[in-house]
Design a binder for this molecule. Structure first.
Ligand code: ZN
Length: 242
């Protein structure tokens, strides 16, 4: 399994604050109650940007021009499928703030970025521009920044994880080891947002982590998905319609 694809999707820990930020940005985030869905005591909402707006995207730590151009090129792969504009700036201020000097790849989920202190990044792109999957990783992180969840955590994914092996693997690896709790929240916990209402599970999604056959029961694996899938396009068109 490729460690560099092991991204951290970060959600703001205070759900009430995240909810308020989300509906202030875009009232449609409050969502609709659907008759087919079980009512639960937790809030269900999404973290989408106001449709039609321009997102200011800041490079906080001044990557060189070529590096920056590669990030812009990869991120812009989403643009044909969304009703948002990207305005990339060399600035410390932006709705999305990118840092490239750390080693990890992570992003806040959609409007949760609004809750991050303005001096701090909302997205880390530690992947080096010469990495063969640089573009894939940047597209994936921007998917989160637009509000897309991890596809392997889709409520209908039903991945036959060999859970004890998964815990072992992540606990013992050299780079960025994860506790059982982190494995639970990054791999096993399923989500329940508009993504799942709108689209079925898609193992080809660029938002799906690769799943190694050695970490599942039986013969089950997902290779690295290098392209925005048909379902990814459909989802983005539904989330940000023109
Ligand atoms: Zn991710």
């Amino acid at each position: 399994m490729n460690d560099l694809l092991d991204c951290q999707l970060i959600q703001w820990p205070d759900d009430q604050a995240a909810y308020i930020a989300a509906i202030n940005e875009n009232p449609a985030n409050a969502g609709q109650r659907s008759g087919t869905r079980r009512k639960r005591s937790v809030l269900h909402y999404s973290k989408l940007w106001a449709n039609g707006r321009t997102l200011k995207i800041a490079f906080m730590d001044a990557p060189d021009a070529e590096h920056k151009a590669k990030i812009i090129c990869a991120a812009s792969r989403w643009l044909p499928y969304i009703n948002l504009k990207f305005d990339f700036v060399d600035d410390l201020q932006g709705d999305i703030r990118i840092a490239t000097k750390n080693n990890d790849n992570s992003s806040m989920l959609g409007t949760d970025a609004l809750l991050i202190h303005p001096d701090h990044p909302t997205m880390n792109l530690g992947v080096k521009p010469e990495h063969e999957d640089f573009e894939v990783i940047v597209i994936h992180e921007f998917g989160h920044a637009l509000g897309a969840m991890h596809e392997h955590q889709h409520p209908k994914a039903n991945i036959p994880w060999d859970k004890p092996k998964v815990y072992e693997f992540y606990k013992n690896r050299e780079m960025n080891p994860l506790t059982e709790e982190q494995v639970d929240s990054n791999l096993f916990a399923s989500f329940d947002t508009l993504d799942a209402i709108y689209t079925s599970y898609d193992r080809r999604s660029i938002m799906h982590h690769p799943v190694a056959n050695t970490l599942t029961v039986g013969d089950w694996e997902v290779p690295i998905n290098r392209k925005i899938s048909k379902k990814d396009k459909r989802l983005m068109r539904l989330l940000y319609p023109r």
